[in-house]
Design a protein. Structure first.
Length: 412
C-alpha cells in the first residue's frame, strides 16, 4: 500500500507542476518549494537541534502559536522549525520572529521527507489539528522522532474509521501521543486501538485570550465607528456578502458595518464594491477621506480582523454557506460580543457550544439575519448578555497550552 501511495504522490507532484500556470495559489506553493531541501540545509544551524511544528495553513498556525512561544521560552536551547502546506499560511507568517526557520512542507514523497527530516535536526515533530501525511509520519517514526498531535479533532466519517481505512489507521498508530479537543475524538481513537490520548482542549482558546489581553484598538476603525454601533463581518464569502448587503441596503445610517472578505484580491474587492450602493470606504483609503461620513468600511488587507472585533458590538463570521463551514468564531467571542454565522457549522465544536450557552445565533437566510440583527441592535441587554456568555465560554476553555507543554517537558 505504501508503494502505491508513494507512486501516486510522485504522479501528483508531476500533475501539480503541469497545473501551476493555471492556478496562482498552486504556482506560489510550487515556487516556494523550489530547492526547498537545499535552502533548509543552508539555513539550519548545526549547533542547535530543532523542535518541528507543522501547520496546514494560517488557522492551524494560530492554534500552534501559544505553544510555539511557550516552547521557545522553556526550551531555549532548541530552535523552532515551522512548516506550512498552504501558501496562505506560509506567505503571511514567513517572517515570524519566534521561529528560527519558516518553510513549506515538501510534497509527501519518501525521498523528500527523509532528506527534510535528516537535515532539520528535529528532536520532536508537532502536528497541529490534522495533516497526517503518511511519508512524513513514517520517516519521522523510522528516525525515532517523537510525534505529537495537538488540538486534534476526529469525526466518525473520516477515512481512519472506515473498513477500508487500514492504511491510514496504521499511520495514526505511529503518532506518539494525541492531544484531542473533546471526548468523542478520544473514543474514536480508542475504537481503533489507539490509547495514547489526552483530552486537553483547543489551544486556540489560549491564543484568542492572549490577543484580547494585549488588545490595542485600531484608531482608524474607532474613527469610522464614531460612537455608533459597529457590526464586523469577518472572513466573508460571496454567499455571506449577498445576504449582508441586502441587510445593509435597508439599514443604512442605523449602524456602521465593517466587511472583511476572506480573500482580498483586487478583483474580489472590486466585485464587492460594485454591489454596494451604500456610502463606503476602503481601509486603505482612510488617510484620504473622512471615514465617519461612511456607513460601510471594507477591510482590504490581512492581519487586522482580530483587532477589528475589539471595536465591534456584534460580529458575523463568514463561511457558513460554504461546504467547508464557518471560520474562526473565537476571535470575536473573546471580546464579549454576540456572534452570528450561517447554517454550515455542524463540524465546529465551538459553534455548537456557543449556540448552547446562548452566545451566538445561527442564520439560514435574509429573514433570519434581519430578525436576529434587529433584535441585537434594539435590545442592549440581550446584546450584552449574549456577549458575556460568549466570553465566559472562551475563558472556561483555556489551558490546553499548559497541558501540552507539561507533556513535552517529560519527553524533551
Amino acid at each position: 500500500m505504501f508503494f502505491l501511495y508513494s507512486f501516486f504522490t510522485h504522479l501528483l507532484k508531476i500533475g501539480l507542476w503541469i497545473m501551476t500556470p493555471f492556478w496562482s495559489k498552486l504556482r506560489r506553493g510550487w515556487k516556494g518549494r523550489k530547492n526547498l531541501i537545499a535552502k533548509l540545509q543552508k539555513h539550519i544551524n548545526l549547533s542547535n537541534e530543532t523542535i518541528w511544528f507543522h501547520c496546514a495553513s494560517l488557522g492551524e498556525f494560530e492554534q500552534a502559536r501559544p505553544l510555539i512561544e511557550r516552547v521557545r521560552k522553556e526550551f531555549s536551547h532548541y530552535h523552532i522549525l515551522l512548516s506550512f502546506f498552504s501558501p496562505s499560511g506560509y506567505e503571511i507568517m514567513k517572517n515570524y520572529d519566534q521561529a528560527y526557520y519558516v518553510c513549506y512542507l515538501p510534497i509527501d514523497t519518501p525521498k523528500d521527507m527523509r532528506r527534510f527530516i535528516e537535515i532539520s535536526r528535529a528532536v520532536a515533530l508537532i502536528l497541529v489539528k490534522y495533516e497526517f501525511w503518511p511519508n512524513m509520519i513514517s520517516q519521522a517514526y523510522k528516525k525515532s522522532l517523537p510525534i505529537y498531535s495537538i488540538s486534534a479533532v476526529f469525526r466518525k466519517n473520516q477515512l481512519f474509521f472506515k473498513p477500508y481505512g487500514k492504511f491510514m489507521r496504521n499511520i495514526l498508530r505511529k503518532v506518539t501521543h494525541f492531544f484531542v479537543q473533546e471526548e468523542n475524538s478520544k473514543l474514536l481513537l480508542e475504537s481503533i486501538g489507539i490509547k495514547c490520548v489526552t483530552i486537553s482542549g483547543d489551544t486556540r482558546f489560549d491564543r484568542v485570550i492572549q490577543v484580547k489581553n494585549s488588545f490595542n484598538p485600531l484608531l482608524s476603525i474607532e474613527k469610522f465607528k464614531d460612537k455608533q454601533l459597529l457590526i464586523v463581518a469577518g472572513s466573508t464569502w460571496p454567499d455571506d456578502e449577498r445576504l449582508l448587503i441586502q441587510w445593509i441596503k435597508t439599514h443604512e445610517g442605523k449602524v456602521k458595518f465593517l466587511l472583511a472578505p476572506h480573500e482580498v484580491h483586487p478583483w474580489r474587492i472590486a466585485h464587492l464594491r460594485s454591489q454596494l450602493s451604500t456610502s463606503h470606504i476602503m481601509y486603505s483609503e482612510m488617510s484620504n477621506k473622512d471615514p465617519e461620513k461612511c456607513s460601510v468600511m471594507i477591510l482590504d488587507c490581512i492581519g487586522l480582523l482580530t483587532r477589528s472585533y475589539g471595536s465591534a458590538d456584534i460580529a458575523y463570521t463568514g463561511g457558513g454557506f460554504q461546504k467547508s463551514g464557518i471560520h474562526n468564531i473565537l476571535e470575536a467571542a473573546t471580546f464579549a460580543i454576540p456572534v452570528l454565522f450561517g447554517p454550515v457549522h455542524h463540524k465546529v465544536i465551538e459553534a455548537k457550544a456557543l449556540l448552547q450557552c446562548k452566545g451566538a445565533f445561527a442564520i439560514d437566510n435574509i429573514e433570519d439575519l434581519t430578525i436576529k440583527l434587529d433584535q441585537l441592535i434594539k435590545n442592549h441587554s440581550l446584546r450584552n448578555e449574549m456577549g458575556r456568555n460568549a466570553q465566559k465560554y472562551v475563558q472556561d476553555q483555556r489551558g490546553a497550552t499548559e497541558k501540552n507543554l507539561r507533556a513535552l517537558k517529560k519527553k524533551l
